[in-house]
Design a protein around this ligand. Structure first.
Ligand SMILES: Cc1ncc(COP(=O)(O)O)c(C=O)c1O
Length: 454
């Protein structure tokens, strides 16, 4: 039996600026035994990220315990929108923990109801009821349940859920079944014929962005629109930070209305200012019937939500759409503090401006490597650099991986490449990041490309 190495050394580029510092080998020698323990006691699937043991994080910086400091372009995984370790969020967590209620199940509590109220105040019509849960996968599973239930109230066979190729909606079984990455769902062993995927009009890997592709794809699968209960799409596809054209989404909304189909935007990544708007779907100018929230909702503890049309949210009678940790009071306190912080510091408007700087800098600084970059997608403070082998547009997983590892060794925190062929370098800093840090962070990516290609 071959064993893979416990961790892969990072190429080190000592650096010491106001924003980044790399002063030890990576992994830091003191962390090797911890990483070995991780390999022994945690599943192999937990590996794969650069071997840096996070010790603390503040604003848009991550620190280890050995003097190294990174500019963070990861936000964990698009969670810490307000910034890492924000004092206001810490205080809300501590206050609630000390108040003495750590759990409340479905019994009413102030924080749960306050968070549901706040989300429905912020959400536009018709999204006026909120169901609180713990993870994004739970939210997308719940949206599927609601869409199918709604469909089956029309006719018994109105059950089909349409989603998109290359989509990611989480790791639980239903979430993977609506996901559009075949490899991730091989383990299931069979596919629900009522969960189908159509091409996502990203304008890069799917050049034809007309809505006709949606209708033709359903026709090819012999799916009558009358049998469709719901369509779910990430507002932008997380794997590549790719948006659909607004005209396509406008046509999708009309199509859903025509066939009495519910439309869900999975906003788990896109909401709470990530794309320079409160909700990512504002870029499309249409309303969904349901939206799924998670990640940036709290900038910290696990909370998620489905927010939607009251008639749809009320489909299930008392006790039949619940969860043990629904609206945990400490998680809700964190989310409430996070939302107020984002609004008070105008982080959404800020993300719209710094997002422009990010995209301008990426185009400018990565220009010398454009033969190996098929596209740069995204809006606001999310971007995906699609790394390719050559003109064939084949994804170059190895190069993307090397660039990420090299950049982390220069003091820029990135998670491993994602998306098609695992070849997209994803950039998603906390919304409180400064222009200076964006420019310096992008320069670390440019230096990494230069190194890896020389
Ligand atoms: C768009 C989207 N939906 C759902 C999920 C699943 O969220 P969680 O990991 O909290 O279950 C993710 C996670 O990456 C996501 O990006």
């Amino acid at each position: 039996m071959t064993t893979s190495p416990v961790f892969e050394e990072l190429p080190i580029h000592p650096v010491d600026t106001r924003l980044r510092r790399i002063v030890t080998p990576l992994p830091a020698p003191e962390t090797r035994s911890l990483l070995e323990t991780s390999a022994r006691v945690e599943p192999r699937s937990m590996g794969g990220q650069p071997p840096v043991v996070w010790d603390r994080a503040e604003g848009f910086n991550v620190f280890d315990a050995y003097g190294n400091k990174w500019i963070d372009f990861s936000s964990g995984v698009l969670v810490t929108n307000a910034g890492h370790g924000r004092r206001e969020i810490q205080d809300a967590i501590i206050t609630q923990a000390q108040h003495g209620l750590l759990h409340n199940y479905c019994f009413p509590s102030h924080h749960r109801i306050d968070l549901a109220r706040r989300l429905t105040e912020l959400a536009p019509e018709p999204l006026k009821k909120a169901f609180l849960i713990s993870t994004g996968s739970e939210a997308t599973e719940c949206a599927v349940k609601l869409m199918r239930t709604h469909g089956r109230q029309v006719t018994d066979d109105k059950t089909v859920i349409v989603s998109y190729s290359n989509a990611f909606h989480g790791r639980t079984m239903g979430a993977q079944m609506i996901g559009g990455i075949p490899l991730l769902k091989e383990w299931i062993g069979y596919m629900d014929p009522g969960m189908v995927q159509v091409p996502f009009p990203d304008g890069f890997r799917c050049q034809d962005t007309s809505f006709a592709v949606f209708e033709e794809s359903l026709a090819k699968m012999a799916i009558d629109p009358r049998r469709v209960a719901g369509v779910i799409t990430e507002t932008y596809q997380g794997g590549g930070a790719s948006f659909a054209p607004p005209e396509y989404i406008a046509r999708l909304r009309e199509w859903c209305d025509q066939w009495n189909v519910l439309l869900t935007f999975d906003e788990v990544q896109a909401a709470f200012g990530r794309c320079g708007r409160q909700w990512g779907f504002e870029h499309y100018g249409v309303m969904p019937d349901l939206m799924c929230l998670g990640k940036g909702i709290s900038s910290s503890l696990p909370v998620a939500a489905v927010v939607g049309r009251p008639d749809v949210m009320d489909l299930f009678p008392p006790g039949s759409m619940t969860s043990t940790h629904t609206g945990n009071p400490i998680c809700c306190a964190a989310a409430l503090a996070n939302i107020e912080l984002i609004l008070k510091e105008r982080l959404i408007e800020k993300a719209a401006c710094t997002g422009e700087v990010l995209h301008k800098e990426l185009w400018k600084q990565l220009k010398p490597f454009d033969a190996r970059i098929g596209a740069i997608h995204g809006k606001g403070l999310v971007a995906g650099v699609h790394v390719i082998k050559d003109d064939s547009l084949a994804p170059d997983r190895d190069l993307a991986h090397k660039v990420v590892w090299n950049a982390v060794g220069r003091g820029l925190m990135l998670f491993s490449p994602v998306g098609v062929g695992g070849a997209t370098i994803k950039i998603c800093p906390p919304l409180c990041i400064t222009e200076e840090a964006i420019i310096e962070g992008v320069s670390a990516i440019a230096d990494a490309f230069k190194d890896c290609l020389s």
